[in-house]
Design a protein around this ligand. Structure first.
Ligand code: AMP
Length: 439
């Protein structure tokens, strides 16, 4: 059995943990690596099944996943979602000497606990929004008296991207606090909450991969979290993305590295929580400079979809270096073209929506368009949806406007009852590009 001593033989067995379009994009990119022989996914989806063998183990079943990796002598496991990371999948794998890409349970608290994350940022002077930590409705009401509206209320724990709300009035705040503390909508994830200053500006996602000491930035991307056009409606897991982010100037990116990424990696090591894997900073570019809205402890969804279309390097080789603590001065190379993604979701998402709709995909004869599946499952020969986000339609092209045109030409080809998608992904960014081009 080959155990990947050197990086020049086609022999790796890789396991991807997760079932979304992000994991499909990762598996798709790994499939292009000459180093990779076999790819497994736990649990995967109908699209991932086209490039990997799917095994029916849920993402929260970290012992079963480790048992599987041990039995099959998996050379590299890549974890997509945050849940297994915050449950300690990396610690379980390390105990068994199994290579895995991602942060330990303690390091993943940077995403898993917004309270830890806020206190960490304060301690290491990492620029972020002012916030007050509250344990009860009364504390939250007091905190809101000290904050202007709009204000931001965030539950401490994981809530699938849905635990943040912007409230415009005391009435809205009171209603939301009732949902949190009385109706327990978020269960224990909301035992503590943050009442946070509302920041204005443009949002951008900045990710690096790190072995705990060295890091290599990913191409910045912009994601669109609001459900509806014009940045309206509730927050979702993400409705679209593009890379380049367009709005992030190189000098601002350098400032992000200096004031946010480096102090975070050093600070986490200092705290005895050495951070390895993907460190994702969700940023607001304010007039006073970039501010952290949140940290995520894994790759973004839907940012990964566009980043994988642009990555020139061998993903397996790069991730393996990180897991070996051997990133060195490796730099990632990105295709000099743009990539865009629009998520086809089900009407009602992120609230109530139908599952089990039959999904039809009409032929798309554009080689630059790639579909990454999210909530799809094959049953009785039929493709059905089993989640709110169903398929990421992605494309790459020399310019962002061409990439978006390709995506929007292909989006209607995904057909099911209640299919919907945002029509405005990237348009404001395109306007900004126009504004920066001299007349
Ligand atoms: P988070 O999960 O913390 O990234 O929050 C989800 C979304 O809520 C972000 O992408 C922003 O659109 C919005 N948001 C979070 N925190 C703030 C803030 N302090 N000011 C303005 N918007 C925010």
């Amino acid at each position: 059995m080959c155990r990947v001593q050197s990086l020049n033989s086609l022999c790796m067995r890789v396991l991807v943990v997760g079932q979304g379009a992000r994991e499909h994009a990762i598996a798709w990119k790994l499939r292009q690596s000459p180093l990779v022989k076999e790819i497994y996914a736990a649990p995967g989806n109908a699209g991932i099944a086209q490039v990997a063998d799917c095994v029916n183990i849920g993402v929260a079943d970290i012992i079963e996943i480790a048992d599987f990796a041990e039995k099959l002598k998996i050379d590299l496991t890549v974890v997509g979602p945050e849940l297994p990371l915050t449950l300690g999948i990396v610690d379980e794998f390390k105990m068994r000497d199994l290579p895995i890409f991602g942060p330990s349970r303690l390091a993943a608290e940077l995403e898993g606990s917004k309270v830890f994350s806020k206190e960490f940022m304060r301690k290491y002077k990492i620029p972020t929004a002012e916030a007050i930590i509250c344990n009860s409705t009364d504390e939250a009401k007091d905190a809101l008296k000290k904050t202007d509206y709009p204000a931001v209320i965030k539950v401490e724990g994981l809530a699938g991207g849905k635990g943040v709300v912007i409230v415009n009035s005391k009435k809205e705040a009171d209603e939301y606090l009732k949902l949190i503390f009385e109706e327990k909508k978020f269960g224990n994830a909301a035992n503590r909450i943050l009442v946070e200053e509302y920041l204005q500006g443009e949002e951008v996602s900045f990710m690096v991969i790190t072995d705990g000491k060295k890091f290599a930035p990913f191409a910045p991307a912009k994601d669109y979290k609001k459900a509806n056009d014009g940045e309206t409606g509730p927050n979702t897991g993400g409705m679209g993305s593009h890379s380049p982010a367009v709005i992030l100037k190189p000098e601002t990116a350098a400032e992000v590295v200096k004031t946010i990424i480096m102090p975070t990696i050093h600070g986490m090591a200092e705290e005895g929580r050495t951070y390895t894997g993907c460190l994702y900073a969700g940023l607001m570019l304010t007039k006073k400079g970039p501010r952290v809205l949140e940290f995520n402890c894994r790759f973004g969804d839907p940012e990964t979809q566009v980043q994988m279309l642009r990555l020139e390097d061998d993903l397996a080789e790069v991730l393996l270096k990180v897991t070996r603590g051997d990133l060195g001065d490796a730099k990632l190379n990105w295709k000099k073209e743009a990539a865009a993604c629009v998520v086809i979701a089900v009407n009602g998402y992120p609230e109530e929506f139908q599952r089990g709709q039959e999904v039809a995909i009409d032929p798309i004869d554009d080689p630059n368009v790639v579909l990454f599946h999210a909530g799809t499952v094959k049953r009785g020969g039929k493709l059905l949806n089993n989640a709110g986000r169903v398929i990421s339609v992605c494309a790459h092209a020399p310019t962002l406007s061409d990439a978006l045109a390709k995506v929007y030409a292909a989006a209607p080809k995904i057909r099911f009852e209640g299919a919907r998608y945002r029509r405005d992904i990237g348009y404001r960014a395109l306007e900004q590009v126009k504004q920066t081009v001299p007349a």
